[in-house]
Design a protein around this ligand. Sequence first.
Ligand code: SAM
Length: 249
Amino acid sequence: MRIDVVTIFPDYLAPLDLSLIGKARRDGLIDLAVHDLRDSTHDRHRTVDDTPYGGGAGMVMKPEPWAEALDAVLAAGAAASVPDGAVPHLVVPGPGGVPFTQAMARQLATEPWLAFACGRYEGIDERVYEYAAERMPVTVVSLGDYVLNGGEVAVLAMVEAVARLLPGVIGNEASLVEESHEDGLLEYPVYTKPASWQGRDVPAVLLSGDHGAIARWRHEQRLERTAARRPDLLPAAATLAGLEEAEVR
Ligand code: SAM
């Protein structure tokens, strides 16, 4: 997968050199390029923002550098690993976007080329979204119902959630199957050695060797945990389970 990130803080994306994502990049599974938006400015101060029309607090990111940077992304990807004629799916992080979910991560993981545009200040001039949409699919995506200072943290989260789904990135791909949010339920509690620690014992069923009993216990724990922490997920999980049952029949 090709991934381009445009930001005014390229160093913010340095963690993408670490751990499994860093390894995936070195193994050639992910071709990730980070672009400094200020490289697409042409004044002495490398200006990327200006005051908002209509007044109000804060600054707005100017359209000219963004248009030039997005054109540079198209050119850079085309010169790199992407198939002929391909364009990226542009993801613009923003608190006013559609919520990022595991289902969206799964969908994005099927795409050959993703680009991310990190906003700062009060956000990006609205005309940039129109400019981009004339050239590539654009989705504004929110990490959650709160406000960050910039899109970089959201991109770190989204790239990690997408990249770990790519074949070969996670050593044991079976570990992806039972995770929280894969089928609408949260994951069951997990334990490791020692079996007894500070007077707290691992649930006996997990030491029983009875795989059927363990699977039943884990399923009950998933339901209980989801009901306690995320009751809003249960109707969707029930629908999914119903569909699966119907497919089996
Ligand atoms: N004025 C904007 C609003 O109220 O919608 C918020 C701008 S925020 C201070 C600056 C940047 O942080 C945004 O352009 C976006 O890139 C990023 N950002 C903030 N909150 C976010 C969230 N919940 N999800 C994704 N990106 C977010």
